[in-house]
Design a protein around this ligand. Structure first.
Ligand code: GLN
Length: 534
């Protein structure tokens, strides 16, 4: 039977519950346990797929094609777990399932209520995730902040879960803020006391507190938190701000959080020291040998979370190449106004990420033209590939009106367009080409050189595709179609010969990059940027 850890958050949002959950997963996995992680999101949308990045941040895509919360990206980057559609559950999904059952008549005339029907559905989802993953420990992160109306049913289900699964099989970890008040020169424990108080009102007594803090917590402060919150002193964990998120498992390990959890579960596991992680990831992230500047040309650059996996994948590529990747966030609309020469002159590489809608497109195309003509390393992702094709068609093949039908429905040269099967679809949610597809790589390509293999599986999230009617012409003019999804003859990778590194892909490699195993496309990109610099 699986053991369960519930991770809740208090005081404010953005305390890093996702990284905390992933780090707990990491320290337990290193002890030889198979871990899985899931997240509950207390909003009514079925999934974040239709939300604006400014509302939600990046949409993380799993192999099985679920559009999920970006915390699942942390789970996959920190541990070996593979997330699926069972690992992210929203209020919308829970209610949808219960209402569908009610309409079907499955409740035999009963009144349907939050307790027990909604909470039962939540508990079933937890058990399902444990069953599908076959994990020894399932970590369940509950989104939102304790005290929110929206997350109450999830907390209530978490409370009930200990009754069902048995006291020692369930562990509650609460992430809280311990602020330092500069003018008073003091650390304040009151917000934590209140948030634990709220949690106890619901019936949950935390077994550990993860205290987010700018300053170190003295023994005295820990004792106070322990006494007021009714948590053993050694389980009051200091989680001070660190230089790299990948340090967090080491911080927990040092305070024996793994032992605290294992002893609660009555589990005896092999010893581990996380030395490899420390040496190969943390040390390299904190002490890079050099630096390269990379421009990320997008339209959601103001929000830290909008391109989360891309920023992480670039950091991983830095770790692999022993250099710091300094990201210059360039608003593609600024390029439209000020020109690429001006905004991209100082960078050693240009990355154009995914996106939707026409706004900012012409700036992205200009950035790609700049990279192509000046032989600056370029990596295009999804929409970035579509823009690279449009740019090549316009700039090299003379098709001045080349465009995607996403931006101009009646364009004269629809080099990017919808497949017939996509044209029929009316609903927006969950209807794109989603999840992992195989891509056959041509042997004499840059893609083959970086991947080192001729078949790769990569994750997709897009509606539009390269239009094969233009393949011959573009090929003749020098665009190399080096990766194909054979079953449907869809273009997955394009590249340019005679350029140090110009490659663009229809998929999202950023979702599969790991801190100790950078994705080959990113690793190659940063290597090329380093070479370009010298
Ligand atoms: N808007 C494009 C499409 O739907 C690209 C999507 C993306 O970059 N994820 O095909």
């Amino acid at each position: 039977m699986a053991k369960y850890i519930f991770v809740t958050g208090g005081v404010i949002s953005s305390l890093g519950k996702g990284i905390t959950s992933a780090s707990i997963g990491k320290i337990l996995e290193s002890r030889g346990l198979k871990v899985a992680l899931m997240k509950f999101d207390p909003y009514i949308n079925i999934d974040p797929g239709t939300m604006n990045p400014y509302q939600h941040g990046e949409v993380y895509v799993t192999d099985d094609g679920a559009e999920t919360d970006l915390d699942l990206g942390h789970y996959e980057r920190f541990t070996h777990t593979k997330t699926t559609k069972f690992n992210n559950v929203t209020t919308g999904q829970v209610y949808n399932a219960v209402i569908a059952r009610e309409r079907h008549g499955d409740y035999l005339g009963k009144t349907i209520q939050v307790i027990p029907h909604i909470t039962n559905e939540i508990k079933e989802r937890i058990k399902k995730a444990a069953e599908v993953s076959q994990a020894a420990v399932l970590i369940v992160e509950i989104g939102g902040t304790v005290g929110d109306i929206e997350s109450l049913p999830f907390l209530e289900a978490a409370r009930q879960f200990r009754l069902d699964a048995g006291y020692q099989n369930v562990f509650y970890a609460h992430v809280t803020l311990v602020p330092y008040i500069k003018v008073a020169g003091e650390i304040k424990t009151k917000p934590t006391q209140h948030s634990v108080g709220t949690l106890r009102e619901i019936g949950i007594q935390p077994d550990a507190l993860i205290c987010r803090t700018e300053e170190s917590l003295s023994e005295e402060v820990k004792e106070k938190i322990s006494l007021f919150c009714n948590v053993r002193k050694e389980a009051v964990i200091e989680a001070r701000d660190v230089g790299s998120i990948y340090q967090v498992p080491l911080v927990f390990k040092k305070q024996i959080l793994d032992e605290i959890i294992l002893s609660h579960f009555n589990l005896i596991c092999k010893f581990s020291d996380l030395k490899d992680w420390e040496k190969n990831v943390v040390e390299r992230a904190l002490h890079p040998g050099g630096k390269v500047k990379i421009a990320l040309v997008g339209k959601y650059i103001a929000l830290q979370d909008a391109y989360k996996s891309i920023y992480e994948a670039l950091a991983h590529a830095g770790i692999a190449n022993n250099c710091k990747v300094e990201i210059v966030r360039v608003d593609s609309e600024d390029i439209e106004k000020k020109g690429a020469d001006k905004l991209l002159a100082q960078v050693s590489g240009v990355l154009v990420p995914g996106g939707f809608g026409y706004r900012g497109i012409e700036g992205k195309i200009k950035a790609i033209k700049f990279a192509r003509e000046n032989k600056v390393p370029f990596l295009g992702l999804c929409l970035g590939m579509q823009c690279a094709v449009i740019e090549f068609a316009r700039g090299v093949c003379g098709l001045k009106e080349a465009n995607s039908t996403e931006f101009q429905l009646k364009t004269r040269h629809p080099v990017i367009s919808l497949l017939a099967e996509q044209k029929k679809i009316k609903d927006l949610g969950g209807t794109m080409r989603l999840g992992a597809y195989p891509c056959k790589i041509k042997k004499n390509s840059l893609a083959f050189k970086v991947f080192g293999q001729s078949l790769v599986w990569e994750r997709h999230r897009h509606r539009y595709e390269f239009n094969n009617a233009y393949r011959k012409l573009l090929e003749k003019k020098g665009l190399f179609f080096s990766g194909i999804y054979l079953k449907k003859n869809l273009v997955e990778v394009v590249e340019l010969k005679g350029h140090p590194y110009f490659i663009a892909v229809q998929f999202h490699p950023e979702f599969k990059s790991k801190p100790d195993k950078a994705h080959p496309l990113f690793k190659g990109f940063i290597k090329a940027a380093q070479d370009a610099k010298t």
